[in-house]
Every structure is written in structure tokens, then in C-alpha cells.
Design a protein. Structure first.
Length: 283
């Protein structure tokens, strides 16, 4: 099976490449420099050369604040470019697996969001990601959309890494206590994608189990790295975000669980992450 991974320089892309390189697939991974998904010509050229069976699109403009100021870029990368990939996938009778986000929802709910719940994004990032989903659902013949949330992996671009870096220089860090979600380890999402990718289609929510606030997440990170830095709770109102953040981002993994796949609790995943990505790599 020939698999193309786009956005392979990002945190989920890296986790998929790492997982799949130990399996029996032919993996062709492309960072942004190697394949810009906003270029129809580049997509065509790569697809003609490889004739893929599956494409996993991990490429995205994920910087929520920057999406607000570079709206055109956000809609191009997160909205139109997935459609370009889907169109080319159709020509090759290939399957497209597209990664999406909890930000397609308003974040105003107080119970976990199901795949069937009505999206209502509040940010340009969320709106542009929703456009990507909608164009694909209308136009792509063989499609799996995986929505995930609060991702972290072996990369500098995430909350775990930021907290670790801050803890090296600060005695205390203020973290919001009134926004809730499910921290999710990229390796666990990669494993779930592997289980779903052959014959599942439609939208699936894929996150680690359980929920917490960013404050609780930060406290657990400090505990696991044995840091003395104190985590202080602060309300969203007092934090002054440039772009509003959803107060409730928990995704219901009901469909995934119906397939017999249950991702472990977020605390267990976080503990494994530190063991696998840091301690083992120190040897
Ligand atoms: N991070 C999260 O907490 C989170 C939560 C929910 C859903 N998601 C979704 O999960 C997916 C993977 O996220 P991630 O955390 O792995 O993001 P990431 O680390 O930001 O990776 C995205 C990658 O896409 C690349 N990229 C940007 N524009 C591109 C283009 N035009 N062509 C090709 N590649 C391009 C980026 O390169 P540059 O960095 O050089 O621009 C980056 O390497 C995304 O679809 C995201 O929306 C993420």
C-alpha cells in the first residue's frame, strides 16, 4: 500500500511517519518545502509519480492567532488546499484522510461534541478548517475525516513543550482554569488512523479519553517532570487572549469506540509520552 503524508514536518505528520516506517507500507512523506498543498501543479506531479492508495493530509495553518490576521492564507491552506488534494485523490481512485479540529464547534456546549453535532466555528482557524471539511464531504469520493484536539507530540509547537520551557525559567506560571478539552498524544491518533484507514469513511472524533482544564493539564506536566514551578489558576477573562478560545472542546469518541477502538486516558498517554519521547531518547 502506497501512502502519501503531507505536512510531514508537523507534529502529527512526524508521528505518522515514525509509526508507519515500522510497518509494511510504502510511505512517501512530504514537508511543506517538499510539497506545498496550495499548489495544484505540485500535487498533480507528486500524485502522478506515486499513484498513491491513501493520502493523509496533516498539512495545515494551525496558528490560531495568525489565522485572524492572515485570513486569505488560512482559507487557502485549511479550506481550498484539502479540496485540491481530494480532487486529485479522486482521479487516482485513492482515499483521502483529512485531519480536522475541535475548533469547528462553538465551544459553548457542556457535554462532549458528537460527529453529528452542528459545527459553529468562532474563529478564522475554525471556519477555514470547516470549509476544508465541507468541500471534501461534497467532492471527495473516498474520504475519512479525523477530528482531534489539544495535540502534543515530539515537537516544539505544543502546550507540553511550552510549559516545560517556561518551567526552566519561572517559579510560577498562570494557566487558565475554565477552558476544558482532552489532551491528545499524536502517537495515539496515529495508531487510531492506522486502524481506521483501510475501510472507514466519514467523520470520526479521535482524542485521548477524559477531560481537563489547561490548568490541570499544566499541573500534570509539572508533576511528571518533577518541576517545582507552581501552576496558578487564572480565568479566561483575566488572561487576555488575542483570539477567543473555546471554553469546552471535548469530543465524543462514540463512533470510534463502536469500532472497538478506545484511546487511553489523557494522563496515561502523557506519562507514556514523557517515557517514550524523553527518557528513552536520553539513553
Ligand atoms: N495542534 C493541535 O492542537 C491540533 C488540534 C486539533 C486538530 N489539529 C489538526 O491536526 C492536524 C495536524 O496538526 P499539527 O499539530 O501536527 O500541526 P503542525 O505541527 O502545525 O503541522 C502542520 C504542518 O503543515 C505544514 N504546512 C503549512 N502550510 C503548508 C502547505 N501550504 N503545504 C504543506 N504543508 C504545510 C506546516 O509547516 P510550517 O510549520 O512550516 O508552516 C507544518 O509542518 C492539522 O490539520 C490541525 O488542524 C491540531
Amino acid at each position: 500500500m502506497k501512502i502519501i503524508i503531507t505536512g510531514a514536518g508537523g507534529q502529527l505528520g512526524k508521528a505518522l511517519v515514525k509509526l508507519f516506517s515500522s510497518c509494511d507500507y510504502k510511505v512517501f512523506s512530504f514537508t511543506k518545502r517538499e510539497l506545498d498543498i496550495t499548489s495544484k501543479e505540485q500535487i498533480k506531479e507528486v500524485f502522478n509519480k506515486i499513484s498513491p492508495d491513501i493520502i493523509i493530509n496533516c498539512a495545515a495553518f494551525t496558528k490560531v492567532d495568525l489565522c485572524e490576521t492572515d485570513v486569505e492564507k488560512a482559507y487557502l491552506i485549511n479550506g481550498l488546499a484539502p479540496f485540491y488534494l481530494g480532487t486529485e485523490a479522486n482521479k487516482h481512485q485513492a482515499k483521502l484522510i483529512h485531519i480536522s479540529t475541535d475548533y469547528v464547534f462553538s465551544g459553548n456546549q457542556t457535554s462532549p461534541y458528537k460527529e453529528t453535532d452542528q459545527p459553529n466555528p468562532q474563529t478564522i482557524y475554525g471556519k477555514s478548517k470547516l470549509l476544508g471539511e465541507e468541500l471534501l464531504l461534497k467532492n471527495c469520493n473516498n474520504l475519512l475525516i479525523v477530528r482531534t484536539s489539544w495535540l502534543y507530540g515530539n515537537d516544539a509547537n505544543n502546550f507540553v513543550h511550552t510549559m516545560m520551557k517556561l518551567s526552566e525559567k519561572l517559579n510560577s506560571i498562570k494557566v487558565v482554569h475554565d477552558q476544558f478539552g482532552s489532551p491528545t498524544y499524536t502517537r495515539d491518533v496515529a495508531l487510531a488512523i492506522q486502524s481506521l484507514m483501510k475501510d472507514k469513511t466519514g467523520i470520526y472524533h479521535v482524542t485521548n479519553s477524559g477531560k481537563c482544564s489547561w490548568y490541570e493539564f499544566a499541573k500534570e506536566i509539572m508533576r511528571l517532570i518533577h518541576s517545582k514551578t507552581e501552576i496558578l489558576p487564572i480565568s479566561s477573562q483575566d488572561y487576555q487572549f488575542n483570539t477567543p478560545r473555546p471554553s469546552y472542546s471535548v469530543l465524543d469518541n462514540y463512533k470510534l469506540e463502536k469500532e472497538g477502538i478506545r484511546l487511553r486516558d489523557w494522563k496515561a498517554a502523557l506519562s507514556t509520552f514523557f517515557r517514550e519521547e524523553y527518557i528513552e531518547n536520553e539513553d
